[in-house]
Design a protein around this ligand. Sequence first.
Ligand code: ATP
Ligand code: MG
Length: 152
Amino acid sequence: PYRLDEQIRESILSLHNQWEEKNLTMTIDLDSTVLYANEDLLNQVWINLLDNAIKYSEQDGQIIVHLKDSKDSVEIIIEDTGIGIPSEKLNIIFERFFQVDGSRFSSGNGLGLAIVKRIIDNHEGTIEYQSELGDGTKVIITLPHKKIEHSK
Ligand code: ATP
Ligand code: MG
């Protein structure tokens, strides 16, 4: 069993130095949730998405992380007030090595979201981006509560 809310909270704490340095407000609202999932892989998802939310935020921004549990699936929302993504680029951000402006941010190489997309696909989940340039970014992820067969 994978304690989703605990793992997300730990991911946020592990990046504490980065978001403190930018004086970002971190708002967290997490339902306590258990999933059957690959711990190492799913943790990479939270680290990559939070790393992006922090990296593409300016000083004094805000990041909101929501986890809503329901019967068949869970919804995770990571929202930032950062620089945003141009709408015409939203369909290619999952491609390997794609960066909206590779020269502006020296760190990273555009692999994070390609990896995230693969992991979410592997867990039969979905990931959707809502963003506009200059207007922050909202990432919405859903993951199913899988039935466990032969579990007794
Ligand atoms: P890496 O993750 O490999 O360190 P990266 O962050 O540049 O590098 P991705 O995480 O794959 O690469 O993201 C691809 C591109 O999408 C980024 O370079 C950035 O232009 C854009 N992007 C991703 N997340 C955000 C966000 N929250 N706000 C604004 N732009 C974003
Ligand atoms: Mg990244």
